[in-house]
Design a protein around this ligand. Structure first.
Ligand code: G3P
Length: 478
């Protein structure tokens, strides 16, 4: 209806002085669905100023009160699950049921964060000096965790709510202020989520949400001297951010090429179910999606048949109908995916289904007999297309996994637990799942990537720790 959603600063919903807006294109209709403010650098400066002031008071607010407000926000978030999920359906074509789960999971994440924060931040340490050679017991060191200051959170389009609260919750419980820059696709869902924190009654200026073009405010935000920590989830942009950011702690999750290694003794029904779920949920647009299957040649035919049968049953269509496969987020994503598929086709991969695309909607495709000279063997499609590479030894599978520039997660299917653990040890990834597809959750588990997949470790506990620093006071006795 032409209305432009306002951005959130100093506890108010504001119109940008730029007079400009950014369009959010519905991936299904490919029409403009919403518009958000195109914030200016000056507005970012203002937000940083008030955040700094609000943070000082927030850090002095008792921990139990901070937790109480987070619990309140979590409850409000869950109450608002329907309108927020509707935004996710329209902005990022997330299947309706998954959109609801994302919001509910987010509420649970915020509550758990409040509880975990109370536990881990409520503890400090006392050290005595005489344990170190040459010292008497005349020094007592009291240390506890204190906030960093202003945390900048930049979540990706695929979980604009959940991967926002996974940064907001830990930042706030630890006594930080929070500036959120949501992804363009997903910005309205994120603004609505921020509204839930607003309703919970957090102090003015403590949380802000600035929307706009990355080209205008992206670098400006990440290089801003007011920022004391950056938590980013997304693609290659994260590598650029890590090079430009100042001397502040960084938490980065930047995608993956999660390998699924299948041994000869694996339960093939379990493998097929996990390949379909792991490779194709939300149309493959998850960092933790299965992105390459490395399967022993002797069982490959049987597994491919099982996966084909399951893929044939997936519902392909609009997210409103709760389809399994929905349009990918943008036309350029669809074009990129198509480029990988065409390259594999030219180089002789076997298509298990006919390649089909209408607009941003790509039908699920399994590519068999993929070889290392094909781009899809290494690149991350972020779409419903999955390569299968046939291997003749486990070492070959491990070698392919480790030759990737990514190292987020991986999985191995076998009934032999000793082999599974040896393979897990050999895979250079942040996590290895045994007999299940990769996944970030449960959200309190550590979540980290090696190499180009990221910096630091997430998960509720790790994020709280990362958004604090240790402060010591030493009592010196005469
Ligand atoms: O793509 C984002 C990544 O964090 C995936 O999360 O829950 O789908 O494993 P999840």
């Amino acid at each position: 209806n032409g209305e432009v959603y306002r951005y959130y600063a100093d506890g108010e919903w504001r119109v940008s002085g730029s007079g400009k807006s950014v369009a959010i294109v519905n991936p299904t209709t490919r029409q403009t669905q919403y518009r958000v403010q195109a914030c200016t650098q000056e507005e970012v400066n203002k937000v940083m100023e008030v955040a700094k002031v609000a943070q000082k008071a927030w850090a002095r607010t008792p921990l139990w009160k901070r937790a109480e407000l987070l619990h309140k926000a979590a409850a409000i978030l869950k109450e608002h699950k329907d309108p927020i999920a509707e935004c996710l359906v329209k902005e990022i074509a997330k299947p309706a049921k998954d959109a609801i789960s994302e919001v509910v999971r987010s509420g649970d994440l915020v509550s758990y964060t409040a509880e975990e924060g109370v536990r881990i931040l409520g503890e400090g340490k006392l050290l005595v000096s005489d344990s170190f050679p040459g010292n008497e017991r005349n020094k007592y060191c009291l240390s506890s965790k204190v906030p960093l200051g202003v945390v900048l959170a930049i979540p990706p389009f695929n979980y604009p709510v959940n991967l926002a609260v996974s940064k907001i919750g830990p930042a706030l419980i630890a006594g930080n202020a929070l500036v959120l820059k949501p992804p363009t696709q997903g910005a309205v869902a994120a603004l609505h989520m921020v509204h839930c924190f607003h309703l919970a009654g957090f102090p003015k200026g403590l949380i802000s949400c600035v929307t706009g073009k990355g080209s205008e405010i992206g670098d400006f935000l990440t290089m801003h001297p007011g920022v004391n920590c950056i938590s980013f989830t997304g693609g290659d942009t994260g590598i650029a951010i890590s090079k430009k950011a100042g001397m502040v702690p960084l938490q980065m999750e930047l995608g993956g090429k999660d390998a699924c290694i299948v041994l000869e003794d694996a339960d093939l029904d379990l493998v097929a179910a996990n390949i379909v779920k792991g490779g194709f949920s939300y149309s493959g647009q998850r960092c933790t999606a299965v992105k390459v299957v490395l399967i022993m040649e002797s069982i490959a035919d049987a597994m491919v048949e099982k996966v084909k049968a399951k893929l044939a049953k997936l519902k392909v269509g609009p997210p409103e109908d709760d389809s399994d496969i929905t349009p990918v987020v943008t036309e350029s994503s669809a074009n990129f995916i198509e480029g990988l598929v065409m390259d594999a086709n030219e180089k002789g991969a076997t298509f298990c289904q006919e390649y089909r695309r209408e607009g941003n909607l790509i039908w699920p495709l399994l590519l068999d007999h993929v070889r290392p000279d094909m781009r899809i063997a290494w690149e991350e499609p972020f779409g419903p297309v999955l390569p299968v590479i046939r291997i003749n030894s486990v070492e070959e599978g491990i070698h392919h996994c480790n030759a990737s520039n990514f190292g987020l997660q991986g999985c191995v299917f076998t009934k032999d637990i000793n082999k599974a653990i040896m393979i897990s040890d050999a895979m250079e990834t942040g996590t290895v799942q045994i007999n299940s597809a990769p996944a970030r959750g449960p959200d309190h588990f550590p979540f980290q990537g090696l190499k180009d997949s990221g910096i630091g470790s997430q998960g509720i506990t790790n994020s709280i720790n990362m958004m604090t620093k240790v402060k010591s006071t030493v009592i010196n006795l005469p």
